[in-house]
Design a protein around this ligand. Structure first.
Ligand code: FES
Length: 547
């Protein structure tokens, strides 16, 4: 490797080298499976799960700034990288004893009420045990950058396939869109301005026909960007959902996003969970490392064909029960749904590719209507056939807008709709496939299992399924109330990996349909953000932020 194409950085005491443009996680992955993170309450070992910036399995401290996602951050010359929240290291964390001493978790609300004089000590100990790390060093107030400002006639959020196609069509239609992408290595689109490495959230939606959308974003250095746009096209794509089972938070349980991300983590022999095209793509990518395929129901013919070519065994109509292993998955325990017994599949990774959900926070923050889809078991925005939502001048395309496999508008149709500034048509529901309620049936069976160990429903905040069960037993009902009581859905992943499961679990526990359990709209900031960066942009939004 020539010096001109490499970066030197320090990881703990080790001096390492990264390729030009390589992410921190990819650079660390070349040394083997990285142990970077312990969970916040029980100090359970955690590992990278998504590889694309959606989970909290790769948070590190970079140059004194905590909670940076290693998979999103390109290595820069001289970076100083440390792990946090463990002692002496994530691999040998002495506080991991908490996981063993507290088999049923921590009751932070009612714990140790008697004797009363010990309650305060208990609460202090609990708070010392939990946390994401330490405050920035040097104080962020000393490093806050001036916010950028951007005005755009049309903003496209997301530079994936749909976002780029939309931006190109808008350029052809004579517009100059602003393309905003959270990846630092976004490829520019000719004729469009590109803002890379920036994550944005939507503030108050426009109040009248002439108002502009306001978005607040932050780049990888924590500098704010304020975007005002007349129209917004949301092309934020989808992500592979989690799945609730014992040990679902163990290092080595990853999503299809990670397997396909190219981050280069050494997965080794992997069991793929899923039955459709996404699982087939993962099997093809893993090749000889694909050890088995497990699916709730029948397995699609294309996946059957690919698996046969690679001699990968298939286990249809089966439930995942338990990931075996602590610092790294060693096997997956699986049960036949027909009651014909259970068995173990040796593996070092479990790849979840069973359910693809939309990254639709921006749409709901802007007030777009949503409706529940039994397949794949999630809320989707209501979007008509030209990409229009129920909010004027707000559009959605690609996987952010509709379940995989349903018809999508062409980029040129979308550009016509944006340019025409037409009022919104009555939304028509996307076409659906699959069997209704299959996910609910799956979880009903799974929750009937005799449970042991910790079932971590919310990996970011270490909230257990049994804490949610206790909340329901105590009379708390609905997602919003249970969230406030338990903390489920309040972590750094913005509920991506727990809210879809929590809705289904609560529907079962409360004995009512998922639509009656409620929904939570994620609130900014969407990424760990220095307070000084928020203070630097606060003046911009003095009239829009809630008091
Ligand atoms: S692996 Fe980096 S955020 Fe998920």
């Amino acid at each position: 490797m020539g010096r001109s194409t490499s970066r030197q950085f320090r990881f703990g005491r080790a001096q390492l080298e990264a390729r030009d443009g390589e992410s921190l996680l990819a650079a660390l992955a070349r040394r083997g499976w990285p142990s970077l993170v312990r969970s916040v309450r029980y100090h359970r070992p955690r590992g990278p799960m998504c590889g694309v910036g959606d989970c909290t399995g790769c948070l590190v401290r970079v140059n004194g700034v905590p909670n940076q996602r290693a998979c999103r951050r390109p290595v820069r010359e001289g970076d100083q990288v440390l792990t946090e929240n463990s002692w002496p290291s994530p691999r040998h964390d002495l506080f991991g004893i908490a996981d063993l001493l507290l088999p049923h978790g921590l009751d932070t609300v009612h714990g140790l009420r008697r004797p009363a004089f010990l309650t305060g000590t208990y609460q202090r100990a609990v708070r010392r045990l939990a946390g994401y790390g330490h405050a920035p060093d040097p104080p962020a107030s000393a490093t806050a950058a001036e916010p950028h400002r951007r005005e755009a006639e049309v903003l496209v959020v997301g530079a994936g396939r749909s976002g780029r196609a939309s931006a190109e069509a808008l350029v052809r239609a004579g517009l100059r869109p602003l393309l905003l992408e959270r990846r630092a290595d976004a490829v520019p689109v000719d004729g469009a301005e590109t803002l890379a490495g920036t994550t944005a959230s939507m503030l108050a939606p426009p109040a009248g026909g002439t108002d502009r959308f306001s978005l607040l974003g932050f780049d990888l250095d924590g500098a704010g960007v304020v975007v005002r746009a007349r129209s917004v096209v949301v092309a934020t794509g989808g992500y592979d959902a989690g799945l609730l089972f014992e040990g679902s938070d163990r290092p080595g349980v990853v999503t299809g996003d990670l397997a396909l991300s190219g981050v280069g983590l050494p997965l080794g022999p992997s069991v793929i969970v899923g039955s459709g095209e996404r699982a087939r793509t993962v099997v093809e990518r893993l090749g000889k490392d694909a050890a088995a395929v497990v699916a709730f129901g029948d397995i699609g013919p294309e996946l059957v064909r690919t698996a046969a070519e690679l001699e990968v065994p298939l286990y249809p109509r089966s439930r995942v029960v338990r990931a075996v292993g602590r610092g790294r998955v060693r096997a997956l325990e699986v049960a036949r749904r027909d009651g014909a017994g259970r068995f173990r599949l040796a593996c070092s990774a479990v790849v979840l590719a069973h359910r693809r959900l939309p990254n639709d926070q921006l749409l709901f923050q802007a007030g777009a209507a949503r409706s529940w889809r039994d397949t794949p078991g999630a809320y989707f925005p209501e979007v008509d056939r030209r990409g229009r939502t129920g909010v004027a001048r707000l559009f959605a395309v690609g996987s952010a807008a509709r379940p995989a496999g349903s018809a999508a508008p062409s980029a040129d149709e979308l550009a016509d709709a944006v340019r025409g500034q037409e009022t919104t048509l009555a939304p028509s529901p996307p076409e659906l496939g699959g069997r209704p309620g299959e996910l609910l049936a799956y979880y009903r069976e799974l929750l009937r299992e005799r449970r042991r160990g910790k079932w971590v429903l919310c990996p970011c905040e270490d909230v257990l399924l049994e804490e949610v069960e206790r909340a329901v037993e105590r009379g708390f009902r609905g997602l919003e109330v249970v969230k406030r009581y338990t903390g489920v859905g309040t972590g750094l992943c913005q509920g991506r990996y727990c809210l879809p499961e929590a809705i289904v679990a609560l529907a079962i526990l409360e004995g009512r349909p998922p639509t009656e359990v409620g929904f939570i709209t994620q609130r900014p900031p969407l990424v760990p953000t220095p307070l000084s960066a928020l203070a630097a942009v606060a003046g911009e939004f003095a009239t829009e932020l809630p008091p």
